[in-house]
Design a protein around this ligand. Structure first.
Ligand SMILES: [Zn+2]
Length: 53
């Protein structure tokens, strides 16, 4: 894995404006981050923002 790569977030569900993974709108996410509907590709920390590894 490339640690410098973008974070992948889950796309907001229908009727929701925020990502299920971190409860942010796509506009709040860093522009380098990406979104997907494939849960296997999500790398976002679901429990909070910017946790250290
Ligand atoms: Zn996220």
């Amino acid at each position: 894995m490339d640690e410098s790569a973008e974070v992948v977030h889950q796309c907001p569900a229908d009727g929701s404006g925020v990502t299920p993974c971190c409860a942010r709108t796509p506009f709040e996410l860093p522009r380098t981050d990406r979104m997907t509907t494939d849960s296997a590709r999500i790398t976002c920390n679901r429990n909070g923002p910017e946790e250290q590894r």
